[in-house]
Design a protein around this ligand. Structure first.
Ligand code: HEC
Ligand code: HEC
Length: 510
């Protein structure tokens, strides 16, 4: 029980005692038949009062004052730590709840389990291609944004990106308190500034590698798209080649000479004359041989898919008791001595997975024209992107225009820009190489090409200051900029030397 509670209880006791005293006094007066009520009868005279009675009253007043004089400072001294402990407990609960919302609303699916960064599935509209939109790390976001700015993103989401609006105000599912709890959790998972700064070099290396490998990435994407087109084109032939398989598969389970009671039951059939099943796994010897052949047939005819991979796994899986690898040629035959218990389960699994293969093939055949058209639009897009190479950066040119020919500086600047700025200032950067437009082409943040930043900040130092502090909502910057608080602050993230490189890079953009 806290001190406050003790004081309150004492006060209550004193009041009760006083009331009881008053009541008993009035009883005494009534017994003595004194006519008027206490408040209407004259009180004692001065002579009556100024006796030991007065001393008694003064003494008790002195004692009461003394008690108060001791209790109040103690209470006062205790109050600050008590409030701090309560606030801390409150904060802990908020962090815990925030963590709960973080998982419940699947922030971790996109931003990684502890907010370390990840990606979101995304279909690019013009090309129809599926890709992954990079979701930034948010375990370092408070080095870039204030609490208020983070709150803004949580409530409103980010337009034209997979980041949804979460706050009720923005049309999302979370109320004000949940948003605050999320912010408490985000605050809790922030890494140290040392870690943030230490991550710079690897981030630069990663983005430079992306830049260097961009042509190859796109070549691979083109190749994959061609394969997909070929797969769609091959679907009708594959469909024909596998059409007889459902019936053949069922026959191995149910036909006379193949069935057992157990295997026929899979297709809800009776089995009047069960065939020999020497390993007694519920699948006849004949069915085992037949299914092995059918599995080979499926693997030869069907297109690659998840179900195909599962079938491959069945063909290659080791069999119980026989420690050795599974031999497809001998897959379902009875091994002397070893009981192949796995056989029946695998046979059932094979039927399920083949169903999936057949369904996919059927869909591919039915929708072939539409699928082909879409895949070809995607291929055309990729080919055009490869041709235009908008994602590339002419580092020698940048070096000449902004770095007095220093190639190494221009290269590091390009890596820094791509790592920290491109996701907002280069269209399509987060969606991957094929969708990346010219550096500084403008996306969520304004375009920086064509001397834009020189016009906005005639003095390079002003641009540097702006990037160190970011924009503030409603505050003017540069020549004609009005901040919305959307541009992050990089002063706590990047060294001044690196920031200077980036600024020079931006001013050198064609
Ligand atoms: C479907 C994927 C997805 C989910 C779910 C998601 N986000 Fe995001 N979030 C993103 C993407 C992508 C971005 C970056 C958008 C961009 O490129 O401008 C982002 C941006 C942010 C930002 C701004 C970061 C910055 O530095 O610009 C914050 C803060 C954030 N998300 C927090 C959350 C929280 C908290 C949740 C869960 C309530 C959440 N996100 C759920 C995809 C997601
Ligand atoms: C999360 C998105 C985002 C990131 C990341 C980002 N910016 Fe910005 N930037 C903006 C937005 C949005 C504005 C416009 C100001 C506003 O709306 O508050 C802006 C404005 C600017 C401007 C002023 C442009 C003008 O003409 O008004 C410059 C210069 C700039 N950013 C440079 C950078 C640099 C350098 C980096 C990387 C170190 C960077 N930005 C990273 C979003 C971003």
């Amino acid at each position: 029980m806290g001190l406050g509670a003790v004081v309150v209880s004492l006060a209550v006791l004193v009041v009760i005692a006083w009331l009881m005293f008053m009541v008993s006094q009035s009883r005494v007066r009534r017994r003595k038949r004194e006519a008027a009520a206490l408040n209407l009868s004259p009180f004692m005279t001065d002579d009556e009062l100024e006796t030991s009675r007065l001393n008694g009253v003064l003494h008790s007043a002195l004692i009461a004052t003394g008690i108060l004089a001791i209790i109040m400072p103690i209470y006062y001294l205790n109050e600050a730590p008590r409030q701090a402990a309560a606030a801390e407990r409150f904060e802990e609960i908020a962090v815990e709840r925030g963590h709960h919302w973080f998982e419940e609303f699947q922030c971790s699916n996109c931003h990684g389990p502890e907010g370390g960064g990840g990606g979101a599935p995304y279909v690019e509209k013009r090309s129809g291609l599926s890709t992954t939109w990079a979701a930034p790390a948010i375990n370092d976001i408070l080095f870039r944004y204030t609490d208020d700015e983070v709150r803004y993103w949580l409530i409103w989401g980010r337009q034209n990106s997979p980041m949804p609006a979460w706050g009720a105000e923005g049309g999302g599912p979370l109320n004000v308190q949940q948003i605050e709890e999320l912010i408490a959790y985000i605050d809790h998972i922030q890494v140290s500034q040392t870690d943030v700064v230490a991550a710079v070099d690897s981030a630069v290396d990663r983005e430079l590698a992306r830049l260097d490998g961009a042509d190859a990435t796109l070549d691979a994407a083109i190749e994959a798209q061609r394969e997909e087109i070929a797969a769609i084109e091959a679907a009708p032939a594959q469909y024909e080649a596998t059409r007889h398989l459902p019936i053949a598969l069922a026959a191995a389970f149910t036909d006379p000479g193949f069935c057992t009671l157990q295997s026929a039951a899979v297709f809800d059939n009776p089995c009047d004359e069960p065939a020999p099943d020497r390993d007694r796994d519920g699948l006849s010897d004949a069915a085992e041989t037949s299914l092995t052949a059918l599995l080979d047939e499926i693997l030869a005819a069907a297109p690659r898919s998840d179900a195909y991979t599962a079938l491959e796994r069945i063909a290659n899986s080791p069999v119980a008791d026989d420690a050795g690898a599974f031999d497809p040629d001998n897959a379902y035959s009875t091994s002397v001595g070893g009981t192949r218990i796995a056989d029946f389960d695998q046979a059932e699994l094979m039927v399920t997975e083949f169903d999936a293969v057949a369904r996919d093939l059927n869909l591919a055949v039915v929708g072939q024209e539409r699928l082909l058209e879409r895949a070809r639009v995607g291929l055309d897009y990729l080919l055009a992107a490869r041709e235009a190479r908008a994602y590339s950066i002419d580092i020698p040119q940048i070096a000449e225009d902004g770095f007095e020919g220093r190639l190494a500086d221009a290269r590091r600047a390009s890596g820094l820009y791509n790592a920290y700025c491109a996701r907002c200032h280069t269209a399509g950067y987060s969606a991957g190489v094929p969708f990346t437009q010219e550096a500084g082409s403008g996306a969520f943040g304004p375009s920086l090409r064509g001397d834009r930043s020189v016009t906005q900040f005639p003095d390079i130092e002003d641009q540097l200051d702006f990037i160190i502090g970011g924009s503030q909502n409603g505050q003017a910057y540069g020549i004609n900029g009005i901040g919305r608080g959307w541009m992050p602050a990089f002063g706590a993230v990047l060294s001044e030397a690196d920031l200077r490189l980036i600024v020079q890079f931006e001013r050198a953009l064609p």
